[in-house]
Design a protein around this ligand. Structure first.
Ligand SMILES: Cc1cc2nc3c(=O)[nH]c(=O)nc-3n(C[C@H](O)[C@H](O)[C@H](O)COP(=O)(O)OP(=O)(O)OC[C@H]3O[C@@H](n4cnc5c(N)ncnc54)[C@H](O)[C@@H]3O)c2cc1C
Length: 469
């Protein structure tokens, strides 16, 4: 048997946290290996998350745009959905990106070990190889980037056909006639949006009193109105209590606010109630690391676990489950390991994005959070109904909302629902990273006509100086 290979760092998990960290490690001159058990590199994000959902959302958006072409005097007939091809092209896009990640590993001389990694103390990793057999790796440092998997409600059984998670929702053999989605976070809202565009009858159920409960309440209200207009039935403050698979689909029991049970039926029940960290079988018990609440691995501000040579990042730690955050945490961990001067992540400047129609994006405190934190809060808003560019694009639903504090005028949060919200939020992220004020936001001259003017006008509105409202 060959001697165990030794590395400066071994990364376990090749999602957007792990593979980006591995690239950064190689840039920093660290001898690096990455262990991945899936058939391809890229993790949830590339294989079952960000990329395939956004491909389907793009197809859904083109479908909606086609139906709106008459507004521009464009006549087209005979739009047909060839769902098999849609799925095939989605898969091709995913493959192109996963092979690009493979290329990055090669370019950075990162050894890819295909198998399941398990710690045996903080510096030894046994890998059960996908091809059979086992390999042992030694490492000065380890980065745990094992990600997450969908959660299931305890009284439901995921059969993959009638009761499904986001994993199966990406591979449905046909567009379902009807769909009940449980959970109105990013994943639930995106799938509700996709399948509604393709003609499914969609009911979106949320246990909390409003849709996208993590976002500012104004965005929830706007999304509820927009979804209703699109024909998505939304039910908030309602709990799913049971589900029964029938011959034609699934029948679910709901308990409403008054406690009156109700039954709904649909072809498919999509459960989108969050994700849980992957730590099972990782050998944490052979180290000083103990999972914390929710099973997440506790870390300090440099992503170090209770074992200082073992770091953890991404969906397996108790920070928001976002690909871009996983990547930045990975870079931070590697730079800290390499002894570089680093600054902890300012989590209040991490953007959220939901790519449903209309899009939702935010950064920083909601109005409610800012008030709860004791700030003297000022709020500015600008509706897309008053934006010339929004009018041109035919997407006038939604608004930009800016929350600032009165004393220094610093921007505390920016909340957008409407066209290209997920692109527009980047301006706010840069601004908040530079601790900008709302005055600076609106003194910066924005190009006309653009959707970005709505951000400027919301900042103007905060001072009672908006030109177009
Ligand atoms: C439907 C959906 C849509 C999403 N859309 C977005 C979006 O648009 N934008 C966004 O920012 N986020 C999105 N997310 C969230 C995003 O996918 C995750 O936050 C991100 O993938 C987390 O990255 P990670 O590297 O921590 O973990 P993961 O991407 O989950 O990768 C972990 C990897 O570790 C591997 N692994 C686990 N255990 C072992 C082991 N013992 N040995 C070897 N390998 C192991 C897994 O196979 C996996 O490949 C979406 C998620 C879903 C489900």
């Amino acid at each position: 048997m060959a001697d165990a290979r030794s590395y400066d760092v071994v990364v376990i998990g090749a999602g957007p946290g792990g593979y980006v960290a591995a690239v950064r490690a190689s840039q920093l001159g660290l001898k690096t290996a990455i262990v991945e058990r899936d058939k391809a590199l890229g993790g949830t994000c590339l294989l079952r998350g960000c990329i395939p959902t956004k491909f389907l959302l793009q197809a859904a958006s083109l479908h909606d745009e086609f139906n709106a072409m008459g507004h521009y005097g464009l006549k087209a007939q005979g739009l047909e959905v060839d769902w098999k091809t849609t799925l095939l092209e989605k898969t091709k896009t995913v493959r192109r990106l996963t092979s690009a990640v493979k290329g990055l590993m090669k370019k950075g001389s990162v050894d890819v070990v295909e198998g399941t990694g398990r710690l045996d103390g903080p510096g030894t990793i046994h890998v059960a190889l996908n091809a059979g057999g086992e390999e042992t790796l030694h490492a000065k440092h380890v980065l745990l980037a094992t990600g997450s998997v969908p959660k299931m409600l305890p009284f439901l059984t995921r059969d993959g056909k009638r009761v499904i998670t986001s994993d199966e929702a990406l591979e449905l053999p046909e567009i379902p006639e009807s769909l009940i989605v449980v959970g109105s976070g990013a994943v639930g809202s995106e799938f509700a949006s996709i399948y509604r565009s393709f003609g499914s009858r969609v009911t979106l159920i949320e246990a909390l009193p409003r849709l996208i409960p993590g976002e500012d309440a104004d965005l929830s209200d706007e999304l509820a109105k927009a979804f209703q207009k699109r024909g998505i039935e939304t039910r908030v403050g309602v709990k799913l209590e049971g589900a029964e698979v029938t011959e034609s689909g699934v029948s679910v029991t709901l308990a409403g606010a008054e406690g009156k049970p109700e039954t709904l039926s649909a072809a498919i029940l999509l459960v989108a109630v969050g994700r849980g960290p992957v730590t099972e079988g990782l050998g944490l018990e052979t180290t000083g690391i103990r999972p914390g609440p929710g099973g997440f691995i506790p870390v300090n501000e440099f992503m170090q676990t209770a074992e200082p040579s073992v770091y953890a990042i991404g969906d397996v730690v108790p920070t928001p489950g976002l690909a871009h955050l996983a990547s930045k945490e990975g870079i931070l961990a590697m730079e800290h390991m390499a002894g570089r001067p680093v600054r902890p992540i300012r989590y209040e400047t991490v953007p959220n994005a939901i790519y449903c129609e209309p899009e939702v994006a935010s950064v920083g405190y909601t109005e409610e959070t800012a008030r709860a934190k004791g700030y003297e809060v000022r709020v500015g808003k600008f509706p897309f109904s008053h934006s010339s560019k929004a009018m041109i694009t035919g997407h006038q639903h939604g608004l930009v909302k800016i929350v600032s504090e009165a004393k220094y005028d610093e921007v505390l949060g920016v909340h957008i629902i409407g066209p290209k919200a997920t692109e527009l939020i980047a301006e706010a992220v840069v601004g908040m990273t530079l601790e900008t004020t709302t005055q600076e936001l609106f003194r910066a001259i924005h190009p006309h006509p653009t959707l970005s003017e709505a951000v400027m006008e919301a900042a103007e509105n905060l001072h009672g100086e908006s030109i177009h409202i």
